[in-house]
Design a protein around this ligand. Structure first.
Ligand SMILES: [Zn+2]
Length: 187
């Protein structure tokens, strides 16, 4: 009966497995640590706004699978202040635009895993998954069994998405390896 719902949310259960392997020194909260490091490109952090950022999922369900994450460390949606909620929502709008522009999906699944019962692996720092979908698509990860191919695909997606974000109004790119920046941080 509820298999439709299971299908929609299943991709989000496999998040972040590879990232934890890649960054063993991060044992606290990856979503707090990664934006503080000054290596956005290496971390696959593609865009930043005042209160949120966009990270490619490095165990993607589909090409272009990203997470839009508030900087605030909380797992409780009610904790976000109005300006944080608005900024997070605006960054989601911009992410849909950038994905539509760069990889032209037929649609999206988007949403949050809240609480331990929801099946996400990182329950204490909110993150909205955005998964581009194509008619008749299937999870492409089993097809890409070779790690180097996966990394190559992620870097290619990063470049396309970065370019699409940079084309949007009110953006700056402070240096070659940095995320696209929206909002008041621009000069
Ligand atoms: Zn955190």
């Amino acid at each position: 009966m509820n298999s439709g719902m299971d299908q929609v949310f299943a991709p989000w259960r496999i998040e972040w497995i590879r990232r934890e392997e890649k960054n063993p020194e991060i044992d606290d909260c990856v979503f707090c640590e990664l934006p503080e490091q000054e290596s956005d490109r290496e971390n696959l952090l593609v865009a930043r706004s005042d209160h949120a950022f966009v990270l490619l999922n490095n165990y993607p369900y589909n090409p272009g699978h990203v997470m839009v994450i508030p900087y605030a460390h909380t797992g409780n949606y009610a904790d976000l202040a109005d300006e944080q909620l608005l900024d997070h929502a605006r960054l989601k709008q911009r992410t849909f635009d950038a994905l539509s522009e760069s990889i032209e999906p037929d649609g999206f699944n988007a949403g949050l895993n809240l609480g331990e019962g929801a099946g996400g692996s990182i329950g204490d720092h909110l993150h909205t998954h955005i998964v581009p979908r194509w008619h008749g698509d299937t999870n492409f990860m089993p097809v890409l069994s070779d790690t180097s191919v996966i990394v190559e695909a992620l870097e290619e997606t990063y470049d396309h998405l970065h370019e699409a974000f940079a084309d949007q109004d009110g953006t700056t790119v402070p240096h070659d390896d940095s995320a696209v920046v929206f909002g008041s941080e621009q000069g």
